[in-house]
Design a protein around this ligand. Structure first.
Ligand SMILES: [Zn+2]
Length: 235
């Protein structure tokens, strides 16, 4: 009897692993390139005035990044979102409400992506419709994978992050990123707060802005260049 139970349990575990593996297939974590290039990505904005501070810093260092915008924030702060686009940073989609996508019905998953895409198209006057999507919290299930595929989006995850959702010391945020960066890295940082619903009640992102300056200086001194995620994909 216990053997049958064990066989059944093994089948269930293998099935679960297969489903999780399939859910993340096609999602980009890092690009295996030889050149010393990395992509800086910023999630959960636009979030004034911290997004503006970040844009100023990136301009000072002549670095282009990729911003995964939250639809509800584009709606609240279209001018700041436009500043991101006009500074020639890449704009990408990070859902409308930032709910974990696996908690939603299938139609709502698609709606989160489509609504954000429409807001970006309406307010940002880009010459492209963003095809890059990062699921909130990086969580993907089979339904999320299907929604992304059906909409012709590409899922972008991350290879390195600074834990800037809990660490507030800029030096420690930078250190967490810098310790493991390799060519082709996709670095996750935040100019907003995904888990705070009210766009007008966002906390400071000053530590992330300061950490970004440290990261850029350190990687430049090691011979790294900065590219957008689409530029990385094109390699
Ligand atoms: Zn987020």
């Amino acid at each position: 009897m216990w053997r049958k139970g064990l066989i059944l349990l093994t089948i269930v575990v293998i099935g679960l692993v297969a489903v999780i593996y399939w859910s993340y297939s096609g999602a980009i974590v890092r690009l295996p390139v030889d050149a010393k290039v990395v992509a800086l990505t910023f999630d959960d904005g636009p979030n004034p005035p911290h997004t503006e501070a970040l844009l100023k810093l990136l301009a000072e260092h002549d670095v282009k990044a990729t911003f995964f915008l939250k639809g509800s924030h584009v709606e609240a702060f279209p001018d700041t979102a436009r500043m991101v686009a006009r500074a020639d940073h890449e704009v990408a989609n990070h859902s409308y409400s930032h709910k974990p996508m696996i908690s939603l019905q299938r139609e709502s998953m698609q709606e989160e992506i489509v609504r954000t895409g429409e807001l970006i198209d309406t307010h940002l006057e880009l010459d492209y419709s963003p095809r890059l999507f990062r699921p909130p919290y990086g969580i993907q299930g089979p339904g999320v994978k299907r929604a992304i595929d059906e909409l012709g989006m590409i899922s972008i995850l991350m290879s390195d992050h600074g834990s800037d959702w809990e660490v507030t010391d800029p030096a420690l945020i930078a250190e967490a990123v810098l310790k493991s960066v390799e060519p082709g890295a996709i670095i996750l940082l935040h100019d907003g707060h995904g888990d705070v619903d009210d766009p007008y009640r966002q906390d400071s992102r000053a530590p992330t802005v300061e950490a970004t300056g440290i990261i850029i200086q350190s990687l430049k001194s090691r011979g790294y260049d900065f590219v957008t995620v689409s530029e990385l994909l094109a390699r």
